[in-house]
Design a protein around this ligand. Structure first.
Ligand code: IMP
Length: 232
């Protein structure tokens, strides 16, 4: 059984559409969200912590809203900003900007205690170099570029303990990205920043789960993960 690690049932509803019936269950575990300027290190660290806690295969989902006119803020701090300022205030701040373009990014971190075969994908090789350069835990993997460099808005990379640390559990990362813009809140569905994020004329809160999955950052990352996991 795969455990989808999140305190947010909305994320699991989206994930269930990509995985065989009954193969995934939510693990309501609040892993430590380290401070980092990208989602990859947060997901990698969270996946290791969740695996140590659960003792079975885990998938951690770390996501964020990156507003262009705010240099990517709130990004990895999205949940803190949602809790403190709230979604409406983020819209108000963005309303004063010339550039209201934004993107959602999602990084999934998978850990089952086993290692991964190297992938021939050049995106992976680049990320391995970045991970090696970042230090022994392999957590400095460059997640952001990988999400875009293969052109489909969904990257895949290894953060598999590139260094020597003996207790560094291998983690595999899958990334997804969706462009949009910040608008006044519309729609009743979804969660989090969905009402203020518009893609293709609709906010995510105006879309049903299937429609959101078809275009979303999480959908892109889950698609990659589901394809890889089917062979695992
Ligand atoms: P986390 O990945 O649960 O830490 O989420 C970070 C922040 O982004 C939280 O405030 C979530 O509500 C928000 N968030 C994550 N994914 C989505 C999404 O798909 N739509 C809207 N907000 C999201």
């Amino acid at each position: 059984m795969l455990r989808y690690v999140t305190t947010n049932p909305g994320k699991v509803r989206e994930a269930e559409r990509y995985l065989p019936d009954g193969s995934v269950e939510r693990l309501d575990f609040d892993y430590t969200e380290i401070q980092a300027d990208g989602l990859g290190p947060i997901a990698a660290r969270g996946a290791r912590e969740a695996y140590r806690h659960a003792g079975e295969p885990v998938l951690v989902d770390d996501a964020g809203l990156f507003v262009e006119g705010l240099d990517g803020f709130p990004g990895p701090y999205s949940s803190y900003v949602e809790e403190t300022l709230g979604v409406e205030r983020v819209h108000e701040i963005a309303a004063g900007l010339d550039d209201r373009r934004a993107a959602f990014r999602c990084t999934l971190g998978y850990c089952d205690g086993e290692g991964f075969a190297a992938s021939p994908d050049p995106v992976d090789r680049g990320d391995r170099d970045a991970a090696a350069a970042a230090g022994p835990d392999g957590e400095g993997v460059a997640d952001d570029g990988a999400g875009e460099s293969d052109g489909d808005g969904a990257g895949e990379s290894n953060a598999d303990g590139a260094g020597e640390s003996t207790d560094a559990l291998p983690v595999k990362l899958f990334e997804g990205y969706v462009p949009g813009r910040i608008v006044a809140p519309r729609g009743d569905g979804g969660f989090g920043y969905d009402p203020i994020f518009e893609h293709d004329g609709e906010t995510f809160a105006e879309m049903d789960t299937d429609r959101k999955n078809a275009v979303s950052h999480r959908g892109r990352a889950l698609e990659k993960f589901a394809e890889w996991y089917a062979d695992r």
